[in-house]
Write a protein that binds this ligand. Sequence first.
Ligand code: SAH
Length: 215
Amino acid sequence: MIPDWEAERRAMVDTQLRRRGIRDPRVLRALEQIPREEFVPAEARLLACADDPVPIGHAQTISQPYMTALMAELLELTGVENVLEVGAGSGYHAAVLGALAATVVTLELIPGLAHAARRNLARTGCDANVLVVCGDGSFGHPELAPYDAISVAAAAPEIPAALLDQLNDPGRMVIPVGERLDQELRVISKRNGVIQSRVASLCRFVPLRGQEGWR
Ligand code: SAH
C-alpha cells in the first residue's frame, strides 16, 4: 500500500519535531510541506519519515528530520537571506532552506549526488531559488559570498577558515565540529566583527572531506 505521505509528514512534524522543542512555525511548515519521500532513493522510500538518517548512496545519508529542523531553526532565517549549504546530499536540506530564505547555494563534492540533488529539487519544484554546485565545499563558494547564513551538513575537525570569511556580518553558521564519530553542533555568530560560538547539541555527521576536512 502507498503511504499517505501528507499524513506521514504531519505525524513526523508532531512527534519528532514539536514534541522535542522545535518551535519556529516556518520551519515546522517547511518540513510538513516539502515532500521528503521524493528525496530518498526508491528502495528506502518507506523509511523517508522515520526518526533516523536514511542512506542515499555513496556511503552518505540524508540527516534525521529533527537534525534538519534544528539546524534550520538555529539559523533564525526570516526569508531575506542568502544562504550557503555545504553537503547537498539528496538536496532535501537545501529545499528546506530554500523555503525559509531568499536564495540558497549548496555545494556537493560527489558528482553523482550533486546530479541527484538537482534532479530531486527540480522534480519537486523546489529549485527556483536553489543552486547546486559540484565541488569542494570546504573552500565555500566565494563567487556568491557573503552569506547571511551557512549550514554545514558534514563534520569538520575545525571550522574551515574560508567559511568564516564568507559569512556576512551580521551572520550565523551551524556546523558540526569534532572527532570523526562524535561532534558538537556549534552555532557561530558574527556581529560587529565579533565572533561567538556556542554548542547547541551533540551530534554525529558523516565526515567533511576535501582540503579543509578529513583527508
Ligand atoms: N544535507 C544533505 C545530507 C548531507 S550528508 C541532505 O539533506 O540530504 C553530507 C554530504 O556532504 C554528503 O553528500 C557528502 O558527499 C558531502 N560532502 C562531504 N565533504 C564535502 C565537501 N568538502 N564539499 C562538499 N560536499 C561534501
